[in-house]
Structures are given as C-alpha cells and as structure tokens.
Design a protein around this ligand. Structure first.
Ligand code: PMT
Length: 420
C-alpha cells in the first residue's frame, strides 16, 4: 500500500538506530528533526539500547521508542511503521544492518520495517575503516544503492578507540538536512525557529599574536565549537556574524545566514566583535583569545644569526570586558571558560568577573572535551546561580543547548519590556 500523505500533517519519519558507538549522535538527529516540525518515531535495535537509553529517545522523539516485533498494542508493528512512514532513516547503520537489509532479512523490528516500507530510505553507515572498506560491506551498499536506497557516506575522522580514518557517522546536522531535503522540506532550514529576527555574533578560534612577520603565538583552538554555535543560531533563524581566527567553512545551506569575518590577533578580534556587537541581541565569545602577546613584535624576520630573542609579553585586551562595558540593554552576553581543575569554582568566579549572563565551562583535561575535538562536555552556568550539565556529545548539540538558554533569556526580556 502506498502511504497517503496529507500535506497538512507533519511528515512522519522512522528513525532507526543500530548498536554502534555513534548511536549517541542519533539523539541529536532526532532533536533536529523534531525542531524542524517532523514527527519522529524512533526504532532501536536491541544492540542500540546498550549504547543509548530508550528513555533518552522517548523523551525527545514524537513517540516512545519501539524495539520489538512483538508489541502488545499492535500485532504487526513493522507493517504499521513501514506503511505510515514518509521516510525511514537509519543512523548509525552498522555493517550488520546493511547486510541484513541487502539480504532481505527481517528478524527484528528495524529490518522488518525496512522491508515493509515503500517510503524513501536513507542509510547513514558508521563503522571502523577496515569494516567500511571490506568488499562485503561495499557490495551490500552497492546492492542497496541499486535498489534506490539513499546513502549518506561516513566521514573521515576519529573513530572509537582513537583510530583515525573513514567510517565516522556523518554530522547530525548533515543527516537532518538530508532527511529534510528528501522530504522536500529543506526550505524549512533557517526560516523557522526561535531566533528568527535575532542578530547573533559568535567568536571562534585561537588568536595569533605576532612575534615577527612569519611567527606567532597561538593555542589549540580549532574554531569547531564556534562554528557549531554559528550554525546552530543560523538554523534557528538568526542572522549571524562569525568572527573567527581559524579558517572555517559554513555549511552551504546556512551560508547565506552567516557572515564570516576573518581576524588574526586579539586586537583585530576586539575591533571586529565591538563593531558587530553594536547591532546584536546575542554575543557569544567561544574564541580562545591569547592572554598575552609579544610587546614589541619584530618588524623583520628574526634570524638565527641574531641569537635567541628575548620575547617580552604584555596582556592582550580583555574582549569580554570591553563587550560588557559596551553592552546594549537586553543584550545577552555569553562567555566560555576552558578549565583544567576546580572547574565549577573557577567558572563561577569567571562568570562574575567577566559580567556575562551565561558562562559555558569545559573541563579541557577530560578526553574528548574542548580544543580540537568534534565532541564537548560542558556545564552552562547562569548569573542566577543555576547550572546545566551537558555530558559528552557533539559540539552541535552543545551549541543547541547554549541557544536553548539564550532563547529563554531573550523571551524573558521580551516579556519584561513593554512592546510599542
Ligand atoms: O575551538 P575548538 O577547538 O572547538 O575548542 C573550543 C574551546 C575549547 C576553545 C571553547 O569551548 C572554549 O572554551 N573557549 C574559550 C577558551 C578560553 O579562552 O577560555 P578562558 O577561560 O581563557 O577565557 C574566558 C572567556 O574570556 C572566553 O569567553 C574568552 O573568549 C574570553 N577572553 C579571554 C581572553 C581575552 N583576552 N579576552 C576575552 O574575551
């Protein structure tokens, strides 16, 4: 039976989750789809429940998680799921799932649903490089592609166990975007959301403080967290300025909403941030600004023959302090703090000293947290004394959590300010 699509009802997407380390990223995919107005029905394999709790998906999705072919409330859950879906997406799709799907097996709810649907199917594989490159996996994938299944190939990057190579699940934002495109709803991205009409400025990357014309002092910041923040705000409808000391590329579908301003030093960043912040309702300092810079950078390249130079340092401008002094009424100011010990105590002290509304603290001594990782774990502190724990997840999910708090503050301010 062909699914009958009522254009007024939200599209219905079955989100299949297999048992792999990337299963946690499916939580982010789920959230993004729900935010975009999609009715998400999560189906987990039994193995997936060993990686992420069912409760997590049930809380975020449009319906409780289903895991079994034998459901007391429905004798044939797979056919109901398959027939009523407008699209089925599997993320992560393991080698095992690809083999079962290609082979026509239907021994669990997810594989049976895949056979029982005529809706488009998108699979997003994730596995170790050796498995991904194995001829068995590639042949199964070729079979699925021949049958019209859409495949979002994995990316290169860090894999479980610290290995690096092809096989990492595509970014949740990319998966959600692909789902919306397949549903014909890509126009939704960036045109709806709680930040429509809001101007947001985000800083990113580690500043470079010149020693001479070819050398500089810097730090390990990649700009990934700043980019994720800029993209999250743009996805929610904001007009964003991204002031960055790192070379960053915004996703094509969001590029029209993000103006990228490249800077080098802390002084450049201060100028660019103050200029952009003058017209913004939200300012987020995720950049790792150098605290010190050479007091007198050499005009010419220092040569070995001149002996070992003595470099005298001086403090850089405190950009957050300048932003706080120039703050317009109702503007939300967010700082970040990279800490390695006594994280919360240092965070609280910094929140007060820097006079920000929210301070996002990351303990960069922990694995997968902070500089140059694709993941982060943070505590968001607010000036009213509350704290929100965001355990290890993608930098996109951290960015969304930050903007959830920002959005709540903007709404509270709007409620307090009399409207003309
Ligand atoms: O870029 P990634 O590789 O993705 O890594 C992300 C990150 C670790 C850089 C990010 O999550 C982060 O923690 N950014 C802030 C790092 C930092 O400089 O923390 P801090 O505790 O030294 O500074 C506190 C705040 O003051 C920050 O908002 C910082 O931008 C700001 N600052 C610092 C120095 C200065 N001269 N001016 C400032 O405005």
């Amino acid at each position: 039976m062909e699914p009958v699509r009522d254009s007024l009802r939200p599209p219905r997407v079955v989100l299949g989750v297999c048992g792999g380390i990337a299963a946690y990223k499916a939580v982010d995919v789920c959230r993004r789809l729900v935010d975009a107005g999609v009715h998400v029905v999560p189906v987990m394999t039994v193995e997936a429940t060993r990686f992420v709790g069912e409760v997590t998906f049930s809380a975020l999705a449009s319906e409780p998680v289903q895991t079994s072919l034998f459901d007391e409330s429905s004798p044939i859950p797979h056919t109901v799921l398959g027939q009523t879906a407008d699209l089925v997406v599997v993320a992560p799709a393991t080698a095992q799932l690809l083999a079962r799907y290609a082979g026509g097996f239907s021994d669990d709810l997810l594989s049976a649903t895949l056979l029982a649907t005529r809706a488009p199917v998108l699979v997003c594989p994730a596995m170790h490089t050796e498995m991904w490159e194995h001829p068995a996996v590639q042949e199964n994938l070729a079979t699925l592609l021949r049958r019209g299944v859409h495949v979002l190939e994995p990316e290169e990057g860090r894999l479980a166990g610290g290995d690096v190579g092809a096989g990492r699940l595509a970014d949740p934002a990319t998966i959600a975007q692909r789902v919306l495109e397949l549903l014909g709803r890509d126009e939704v991205v960036g045109t709806q959301g709680d930040l429509v009409g809001v101007r947001v400025v985000v800083s990113a990357g580690g500043t470079r403080e010149p020693i001479d014309p070819v050398r500089f002092l810097t730090n390990r910041s990649s700009g990934k967290q700043g980019l994720a923040l800029a993209e999250s705000a743009a996805r929610r409808g904001a007009e964003v300025t991204l002031v960055t000391a790192a070379p960053l590329v915004v996703r094509p579908e969001l590029a029209a909403r993000v103006t990228v301003v490249g800077v080098e030093s802390a002084s450049d960043m201060e100028r660019a941030m103050l200029a952009a912040a003058a017209g913004a309702q939200v300012v987020v300092m995720a950049a790792a600004v150098a605290d010190f810079r050479p007091k007198a950078p050499a005009e010419h390249k220092l040569a070995k023959g001149d002996g070992v130079p003595e470099i005298v340092l001086e403090p850089t401008p405190d950009i957050l302090a300048a932003l706080s002094n120039a703050r317009r009424p109702g503007q939300v100011l967010v700082g970040f703090a990279a800490e390695t010990h006594d994280v919360l105590a240092h965070g609280r002290a910094k929140l007060e000293r820097k006079r920000v509304d929210l301070l996002v603290v990351n303990d960069v001594s922990q694995p997968g947290v902070g500089f140059d990782h694709d993941t982060n774990a943070v505590v968001i502190l607010d000036d009213a004394g509350s704290s929100f724990d965001i355990p290890l997840t993608t930098k996109s999910a951290v960015a969304d959590a930050v903007f959830d708090r920002v959005s709540a503050r903007l709404s509270a301010h709007e409620r307090k300010t009399p409207q003309p």
